[in-house]
Design a protein around this ligand. Structure first.
Ligand code: NDP
Length: 322
């Protein structure tokens, strides 16, 4: 089968197209024929070495496709089922073996590209909005990188439950996308002072929660956007990792809460995984959630997809289609 394999860490050039033997399913695994594989920031962190992975390595942590083989202990899926998954490696390939416990069924109302687009970014937006901080009518949330993959879905889910969304993004084109997603206000955070803009929009009080995936460039202003006892949800490092934070800073800035969540801990339980996926598929299938596919590449062009992502140009989901 065709696959992308890296034998060393480094820039996008280490993502080399290659031929590998088709995977055999372990007793608890299914082999999925990949119809669309998602490209995510975690893939770039694993490629560069920021996140540790063993080499050689086939990147890619999400995909949608059709079950081609099942291990003898598998009860969650059968040959021919349309499924999707996130959080298991190896999806930059024509075939991938994944634990059956990680796959979810994809309904007919959702095509494979949309399903792939919803797994990692959609479930991230879902847990951020509904579990890490439980948004509701009356909540005010700041969403950074609001026109991006997770950001746009997060804005829509926050609006779905009636929260007020202050969306922060860099360019005017992205601001239009954030507005179209339903943001109440859009802040061009590279042009204007984010803290002042959020204070102005909240009668000086600050927001209940800031969802910050930009990291190094923004974490400090994000803290200052919060109300007393507000929550900073640092969930990504798009501009680089955040340095160590002294707990006394949380005290000084208003008895703040700080969390650094990851998706794996919010879908570790299969009931939680299937709940999040089913809810997202339902919203996408009925048209209530708009999933924006930004760009699609062939498998061999994985390096170009990484360059595009790392250039900060994304306005939706990036996919590899084998
Ligand atoms: P995005 O589509 O949001 O792309 C990243 C965005 O970050 C850019 O569009 C840009 O938006 C902003 N950005 C700011 N500075 C930089 C920079 N120096 N380089 C690149 N981008 C920059 O990506 P995703 O939706 O795929 O992921 C968003 C974040 O969420 C990532 O940091 C990722 O690691 C994280 N993530 C975390 C998960 C978790 O469970 N913790 C799970 C999934 C994703 P703008 O121009 O508006 O500033």
């Amino acid at each position: 089968m065709r696959a992308i394999q890296m034998t060393e860490h480094g820039g996008p050039e280490v993502l080399v197209p290659t031929q590998l033997p088709a995977p055999e399913p372990a007793p608890d695994q299914v082999v999925v024929r990949v119809e669309a594989a998602g490209v995510n920031f975690i893939d770039t962190y694993q490629r560069s070495g920021l996140y540790a992975v063993g080499l050689p390595y086939v990147p890619g942590m999400e995909a949608a496709g059709v079950v081609e083989r099942v291990g003898e202990e598998v009860t969650e899926a059968a040959v021919g089922d349309r499924v999707a998954f996130a959080g298991a490696p190896g999806s930059y390939a024509e075939l991938v073996a994944v634990p059956a416990a990680k796959v979810v069924p994809v309904p007919d109302s959702v095509d494979s590209r949309t399903a792939a687009a919803l797994m990692l970014q959609g479930m991230t937006a879902h847990y951020l909005a509904y579990s890490t901080y439980r948004l509701a009518q009356g909540s005010t949330a700041v969403v950074l990188a609001a026109a991006g993959g997770v950001g746009r879905l997060l804005v829509q889910l926050a609006k779905h439950v009636g929260a007020t969304v202050l969306a922060a993004t860099s360019t005017e084109d992205k601001a239009a996308l954030a507005r179209a997603a339903g943001a109440d206000e859009v802040i061009r955070y590279r042009e204007v002072d984010l803290v002042e803009a959020v204070r102005a929009a909240t009668d000086g009080q600050g927001a209940d929660v800031v969802y910050d995936s930009v990291g190094a460039d923004t974490w400090e202003s994000s803290m200052d956007c919060l109300r007393l006892r507000g929550m900073l949800v640092l969930y990504g490092n798009a501009s680089g990792p955040v340095p160590p934070i002294d707990p006394l800073e949380l005290n000084r800035r208003g008895s703040l809460y700080l969390t650094r969540p990851q998706l794996a801990h919010y879908i570790a339980d299969r009931a939680e995984l299937t709940w999040r996926a089913a809810e997202l598929f339902e919203l996408a299938g009925s048209g209530e959630l708009e999933v924006r596919l930004d760009r699609t590449w062939g498998l061999a062009e994985a390096a170009d997809a990484h360059r595009y992502l790392e250039d900060g140009r994304t306005t939706g989901k990036l996919l590899l289609v084998p």
